[in-house]
Design a protein around this ligand. Structure first.
Ligand code: HPA
Ligand code: ZN
Length: 329
Protein backbone atom coordinates (compact mmCIF):
# COMPACT_ATOMS: atom_id res chain seq x y z
CA UNK A 1 0.00 0.00 0.00
CA UNK A 2 1.44 3.37 -0.95
CA UNK A 3 -1.01 5.73 0.64
CA UNK A 4 -1.51 5.26 4.35
CA UNK A 5 -3.87 8.21 4.72
CA UNK A 6 -7.14 6.38 4.21
CA UNK A 7 -6.67 3.28 6.33
CA UNK A 8 -8.51 3.34 9.65
CA UNK A 9 -6.44 4.42 12.65
CA UNK A 10 -6.78 5.04 16.36
CA UNK A 11 -4.92 7.63 18.38
CA UNK A 12 -4.77 7.67 22.17
CA UNK A 13 -2.19 10.40 22.87
CA UNK A 14 -3.09 13.77 21.38
CA UNK A 15 -3.00 17.10 23.22
CA UNK A 16 -5.96 19.24 22.22
CA UNK A 17 -4.12 22.55 22.58
CA UNK A 18 -0.97 21.04 21.06
CA UNK A 19 -2.93 19.95 18.00
CA UNK A 20 -4.18 23.49 17.30
CA UNK A 21 -3.26 24.39 13.71
CA UNK A 22 -1.08 27.54 13.66
CA UNK A 23 -3.66 29.27 11.43
CA UNK A 24 -6.34 28.60 14.04
CA UNK A 25 -4.25 30.24 16.79
CA UNK A 26 -3.32 33.18 14.51
CA UNK A 27 -6.99 33.71 13.63
CA UNK A 28 -8.08 33.80 17.29
CA UNK A 29 -5.12 36.04 18.16
CA UNK A 30 -6.14 38.54 15.52
CA UNK A 31 -9.82 38.42 16.58
CA UNK A 32 -8.81 39.09 20.19
CA UNK A 33 -5.86 41.38 19.39
CA UNK A 34 -3.37 39.24 21.35
CA UNK A 35 0.33 39.66 20.54
CA UNK A 36 1.86 36.37 19.35
CA UNK A 37 5.36 37.69 18.62
CA UNK A 38 7.89 34.87 19.03
CA UNK A 39 5.32 32.05 18.87
CA UNK A 40 5.74 31.42 15.13
CA UNK A 41 8.78 31.22 12.86
CA UNK A 42 9.17 32.94 9.47
CA UNK A 43 7.27 30.08 7.77
CA UNK A 44 4.35 30.42 10.17
CA UNK A 45 5.12 27.25 12.13
CA UNK A 46 5.35 27.04 15.92
CA UNK A 47 8.84 28.03 17.04
CA UNK A 48 10.77 26.35 19.88
CA UNK A 49 14.33 25.14 20.50
CA UNK A 50 14.05 22.40 23.14
CA UNK A 51 11.48 20.69 25.35
CA UNK A 52 11.23 23.43 27.97
CA UNK A 53 11.01 26.08 25.24
CA UNK A 54 8.34 23.97 23.51
CA UNK A 55 6.26 24.07 26.72
CA UNK A 56 6.67 27.87 26.84
CA UNK A 57 5.54 28.34 23.23
CA UNK A 58 2.66 25.97 23.93
CA UNK A 59 1.47 28.03 26.89
CA UNK A 60 1.84 31.27 24.90
CA UNK A 61 -0.33 29.86 22.10
CA UNK A 62 -2.92 28.75 24.69
CA UNK A 63 -3.35 32.40 25.76
CA UNK A 64 -5.71 32.96 22.80
CA UNK A 65 -7.99 30.13 23.94
CA UNK A 66 -10.29 31.90 26.33
CA UNK A 67 -13.96 31.04 26.06
CA UNK A 68 -15.86 27.74 25.94
CA UNK A 69 -16.75 28.64 22.35
CA UNK A 70 -13.01 28.89 21.49
CA UNK A 71 -12.49 25.36 22.82
CA UNK A 72 -15.55 24.06 20.98
CA UNK A 73 -14.15 25.46 17.72
CA UNK A 74 -10.77 23.92 18.52
CA UNK A 75 -12.22 20.46 19.21
CA UNK A 76 -14.09 20.58 15.89
CA UNK A 77 -11.01 21.72 13.95
CA UNK A 78 -8.72 19.12 15.55
CA UNK A 79 -11.16 16.24 15.09
CA UNK A 80 -11.79 17.21 11.44
CA UNK A 81 -8.02 17.13 10.87
CA UNK A 82 -7.70 13.74 12.63
CA UNK A 83 -10.57 12.27 10.61
CA UNK A 84 -8.88 13.48 7.40
CA UNK A 85 -5.98 11.15 8.34
CA UNK A 86 -8.25 8.14 8.78
CA UNK A 87 -8.53 8.37 12.57
CA UNK A 88 -11.78 6.70 13.68
CA UNK A 89 -11.22 6.84 17.44
CA UNK A 90 -9.16 9.38 19.37
CA UNK A 91 -8.47 10.43 22.93
CA UNK A 92 -7.76 14.10 23.50
CA UNK A 93 -5.78 15.40 26.46
CA UNK A 94 -7.19 18.66 27.71
CA UNK A 95 -6.10 20.73 30.67
CA UNK A 96 -8.73 22.13 33.08
CA UNK A 97 -6.05 24.68 34.02
CA UNK A 98 -6.65 26.39 30.66
CA UNK A 99 -10.44 26.02 31.06
CA UNK A 100 -11.31 28.10 34.09
CA UNK A 101 -8.20 27.39 36.20
CA UNK A 102 -9.83 24.63 38.24
CA UNK A 103 -13.16 26.36 38.94
CA UNK A 104 -15.87 23.67 38.79
CA UNK A 105 -18.68 25.82 37.37
CA UNK A 106 -16.43 27.23 34.65
CA UNK A 107 -15.00 23.80 33.83
CA UNK A 108 -18.51 22.38 33.37
CA UNK A 109 -19.21 25.06 30.76
CA UNK A 110 -15.98 24.33 28.91
CA UNK A 111 -16.59 20.60 29.06
CA UNK A 112 -20.13 20.99 27.73
CA UNK A 113 -18.87 23.16 24.86
CA UNK A 114 -16.04 20.73 23.99
CA UNK A 115 -18.50 17.83 24.11
CA UNK A 116 -20.74 19.72 21.66
CA UNK A 117 -17.72 20.15 19.39
CA UNK A 118 -17.02 16.40 19.55
CA UNK A 119 -20.65 15.55 18.74
CA UNK A 120 -20.57 17.94 15.75
CA UNK A 121 -17.33 16.31 14.55
CA UNK A 122 -18.82 12.84 14.94
CA UNK A 123 -21.86 13.88 12.91
CA UNK A 124 -19.58 15.31 10.21
CA UNK A 125 -17.05 12.47 9.85
CA UNK A 126 -18.00 9.60 12.18
CA UNK A 127 -14.92 10.09 14.41
CA UNK A 128 -15.36 8.93 18.03
CA UNK A 129 -13.60 11.05 20.66
CA UNK A 130 -13.04 10.80 24.39
CA UNK A 131 -11.41 13.34 26.69
CA UNK A 132 -8.57 12.84 29.17
CA UNK A 133 -8.31 15.70 31.67
CA UNK A 134 -4.66 16.37 32.49
CA UNK A 135 -2.82 18.27 35.17
CA UNK A 136 0.28 20.22 34.20
CA UNK A 137 3.17 18.74 36.21
CA UNK A 138 5.17 21.96 36.56
CA UNK A 139 2.13 23.73 38.03
CA UNK A 140 2.67 21.50 41.08
CA UNK A 141 0.84 18.89 43.14
CA UNK A 142 -1.53 21.30 44.92
CA UNK A 143 -2.89 22.58 41.61
CA UNK A 144 -3.14 18.96 40.39
CA UNK A 145 -5.39 18.15 43.38
CA UNK A 146 -7.69 21.00 42.34
CA UNK A 147 -7.87 19.89 38.72
CA UNK A 148 -8.35 16.22 39.56
CA UNK A 149 -11.23 17.18 41.85
CA UNK A 150 -13.06 18.95 39.03
CA UNK A 151 -12.28 16.07 36.68
CA UNK A 152 -13.54 13.52 39.24
CA UNK A 153 -16.74 15.50 39.77
CA UNK A 154 -17.48 15.57 36.04
CA UNK A 155 -16.40 12.01 35.19
CA UNK A 156 -19.11 10.96 32.74
CA UNK A 157 -20.08 11.33 29.09
CA UNK A 158 -17.00 11.96 26.96
CA UNK A 159 -14.69 12.67 29.92
CA UNK A 160 -13.29 9.21 30.55
CA UNK A 161 -9.65 9.68 31.56
CA UNK A 162 -7.15 11.50 33.75
CA UNK A 163 -3.47 12.07 33.14
CA UNK A 164 -0.44 14.32 33.61
CA UNK A 165 1.68 16.22 31.08
CA UNK A 166 4.08 19.12 31.42
CA UNK A 167 7.70 19.16 32.56
CA UNK A 168 8.57 15.61 33.60
CA UNK A 169 11.66 16.84 35.46
CA UNK A 170 9.49 18.79 37.93
CA UNK A 171 9.04 17.11 41.34
CA UNK A 172 8.42 13.41 41.94
CA UNK A 173 5.59 11.30 40.57
CA UNK A 174 4.67 10.35 44.16
CA UNK A 175 3.84 14.01 44.90
CA UNK A 176 0.86 13.59 42.58
CA UNK A 177 -0.56 10.38 44.08
CA UNK A 178 -3.41 12.12 45.90
CA UNK A 179 -4.57 13.77 42.65
CA UNK A 180 -4.31 10.49 40.76
CA UNK A 181 -6.11 8.41 43.42
CA UNK A 182 -8.92 10.98 43.50
CA UNK A 183 -9.33 10.69 39.74
CA UNK A 184 -9.09 6.88 39.78
CA UNK A 185 -11.77 6.59 42.48
CA UNK A 186 -14.18 8.44 40.20
CA UNK A 187 -13.75 5.69 37.58
CA UNK A 188 -11.57 7.66 35.14
CA UNK A 189 -8.96 5.67 33.18
CA UNK A 190 -5.46 6.69 34.23
CA UNK A 191 -2.29 7.49 32.27
CA UNK A 192 0.74 9.71 32.85
CA UNK A 193 3.63 11.06 30.82
CA UNK A 194 6.91 9.45 31.90
CA UNK A 195 10.10 8.27 30.23
CA UNK A 196 9.97 10.99 27.56
CA UNK A 197 12.54 13.62 28.57
CA UNK A 198 13.53 11.78 31.77
CA UNK A 199 14.98 8.27 31.96
CA UNK A 200 13.84 4.87 33.25
CA UNK A 201 13.75 5.98 36.90
CA UNK A 202 10.90 8.34 36.04
CA UNK A 203 8.89 5.44 34.55
CA UNK A 204 9.67 3.18 37.51
CA UNK A 205 8.61 5.88 39.98
CA UNK A 206 5.38 6.45 38.05
CA UNK A 207 4.56 2.72 38.08
CA UNK A 208 5.38 2.52 41.79
CA UNK A 209 3.31 5.50 42.90
CA UNK A 210 0.48 6.21 40.44
CA UNK A 211 -2.43 3.88 39.49
CA UNK A 212 -1.74 3.95 35.73
CA UNK A 213 -2.76 1.37 33.12
CA UNK A 214 -0.93 3.32 30.39
CA UNK A 215 2.18 5.49 30.15
CA UNK A 216 2.53 8.46 27.81
CA UNK A 217 5.77 7.79 25.90
CA UNK A 218 7.66 5.47 28.30
CA UNK A 219 10.23 4.88 25.57
CA UNK A 220 13.24 5.69 27.76
CA UNK A 221 12.44 2.50 29.71
CA UNK A 222 14.48 0.76 27.02
CA UNK A 223 17.65 1.65 28.97
CA UNK A 224 16.57 -0.65 31.85
CA UNK A 225 15.78 -4.27 30.81
CA UNK A 226 14.39 -5.10 34.27
CA UNK A 227 11.94 -2.21 33.96
CA UNK A 228 10.93 -3.38 30.48
CA UNK A 229 10.09 -6.77 32.01
CA UNK A 230 8.05 -5.03 34.72
CA UNK A 231 6.07 -3.09 32.08
CA UNK A 232 5.28 -6.36 30.32
CA UNK A 233 4.29 -8.14 33.55
CA UNK A 234 2.04 -5.29 34.67
CA UNK A 235 0.39 -5.21 31.23
CA UNK A 236 1.11 -1.48 30.87
CA UNK A 237 0.39 -0.01 27.44
CA UNK A 238 2.79 2.59 26.05
CA UNK A 239 1.43 5.57 24.12
CA UNK A 240 4.41 5.90 21.77
CA UNK A 241 4.85 9.06 19.69
CA UNK A 242 7.79 8.40 17.38
CA UNK A 243 7.63 11.63 15.34
CA UNK A 244 7.41 13.73 18.51
CA UNK A 245 10.43 11.94 20.04
CA UNK A 246 12.51 12.43 16.89
CA UNK A 247 11.49 16.09 16.58
CA UNK A 248 12.58 16.65 20.20
CA UNK A 249 15.89 14.90 19.35
CA UNK A 250 15.40 12.08 21.88
CA UNK A 251 16.37 9.71 19.06
CA UNK A 252 18.00 10.56 15.75
CA UNK A 253 15.63 8.61 13.50
CA UNK A 254 13.09 5.76 13.47
CA UNK A 255 15.76 3.09 13.03
CA UNK A 256 17.36 4.27 16.29
CA UNK A 257 13.98 4.69 18.05
CA UNK A 258 13.18 1.94 20.62
CA UNK A 259 9.67 1.20 19.29
CA UNK A 260 10.81 -2.04 17.62
CA UNK A 261 12.92 -3.19 20.57
CA UNK A 262 10.06 -2.54 23.00
CA UNK A 263 7.62 -4.42 20.78
CA UNK A 264 10.07 -7.32 20.41
CA UNK A 265 10.42 -7.45 24.21
CA UNK A 266 6.65 -8.00 24.46
CA UNK A 267 5.64 -4.47 25.51
CA UNK A 268 2.17 -3.40 24.35
CA UNK A 269 2.73 -0.39 22.13
CA UNK A 270 0.50 2.06 20.28
CA UNK A 271 1.29 4.99 17.94
CA UNK A 272 0.10 8.60 18.24
CA UNK A 273 1.28 12.10 17.27
CA UNK A 274 1.33 14.03 20.60
CA UNK A 275 1.32 17.66 19.32
CA UNK A 276 1.33 17.27 15.53
CA UNK A 277 1.89 20.83 14.22
CA UNK A 278 4.63 21.46 16.81
CA UNK A 279 6.44 18.30 15.76
CA UNK A 280 5.71 18.53 12.01
CA UNK A 281 3.84 15.25 11.93
CA UNK A 282 0.39 13.70 11.46
CA UNK A 283 -0.99 10.15 11.62
CA UNK A 284 -0.47 9.58 7.89
CA UNK A 285 3.19 10.57 8.21
CA UNK A 286 3.66 8.29 11.25
CA UNK A 287 2.26 5.27 9.38
CA UNK A 288 4.13 6.10 6.18
CA UNK A 289 7.44 6.40 8.05
CA UNK A 290 6.90 3.16 9.99
CA UNK A 291 6.16 1.42 6.70
CA UNK A 292 9.06 2.93 4.77
CA UNK A 293 11.73 2.81 7.45
CA UNK A 294 10.76 -0.22 9.55
CA UNK A 295 8.76 -2.20 7.01
CA UNK A 296 5.53 -2.19 8.99
CA UNK A 297 2.54 -3.58 7.09
CA UNK A 298 -1.21 -3.57 7.64
CA UNK A 299 -0.97 -6.51 10.09
CA UNK A 300 1.42 -4.48 12.27
CA UNK A 301 -0.92 -1.50 12.19
CA UNK A 302 -3.96 -3.67 12.96
CA UNK A 303 -2.08 -5.04 15.97
CA UNK A 304 -1.28 -1.61 17.44
CA UNK A 305 -4.82 -0.42 16.82
CA UNK A 306 -6.21 -3.47 18.59
CA UNK A 307 -3.87 -2.76 21.51
CA UNK A 308 -5.02 0.87 21.58
CA UNK A 309 -8.69 -0.10 21.64
CA UNK A 310 -8.14 -2.72 24.34
CA UNK A 311 -6.50 0.03 26.43
CA UNK A 312 -8.95 2.78 25.39
CA UNK A 313 -10.83 4.72 28.05
CA UNK A 314 -14.26 4.05 26.58
CA UNK A 315 -17.39 1.96 27.14
CA UNK A 316 -17.52 -1.65 25.98
CA UNK A 317 -19.99 -1.03 23.13
CA UNK A 318 -17.69 1.58 21.57
CA UNK A 319 -14.64 -0.61 22.18
CA UNK A 320 -16.08 -3.63 20.37
CA UNK A 321 -17.53 -1.48 17.55
CA UNK A 322 -14.13 0.09 16.81
CA UNK A 323 -12.17 -3.13 17.40
CA UNK A 324 -14.11 -4.77 14.54
CA UNK A 325 -12.40 -2.36 12.12
CA UNK A 326 -9.01 -3.89 13.00
CA UNK A 327 -9.82 -7.59 12.90
CA UNK A 328 -8.27 -9.90 10.34
CA UNK A 329 -5.22 -9.44 8.12
N1 HPA B 1 5.02 16.23 26.67
C1 HPA B 1 4.71 16.59 27.90
N2 HPA B 1 3.74 17.44 28.18
C2 HPA B 1 3.06 17.96 27.16
C3 HPA B 1 3.34 17.64 25.87
C4 HPA B 1 4.38 16.72 25.59
O1 HPA B 1 4.69 16.39 24.45
N3 HPA B 1 2.47 18.33 25.10
C5 HPA B 1 1.71 19.04 25.92
N4 HPA B 1 2.05 18.82 27.18
ZN1 ZN C 1 2.18 14.12 25.25
Amino acid sequence: MNDWRDIAKTEIHLHLEGAAPPDFIRQLASEKKIDMTGVFDADGNYQWVDFVDFLKTYERACEVLKTPEDFKRLVEAVLAESASHGVVYTELFLAPDFCGGGDLIAWKEYLAAMSEGAVAAKNASGIEARFIATCVRHMGADQAKITSKVAAETASGLLTGWGMGGDEAFGNAADFSYAFEQAAESGLGITSHAGEVCGPDSVRETLDSLPVSRIGHGVRAIDDPELVRMIVEKNIVLEVNPGSNISLSLFKDLKLHPISALRDAGVKITVSTDDPPYFHTDMTAEYTNLHQELGWEISDFNAINQTAMQAAFCDEITRSKILKKFEGA
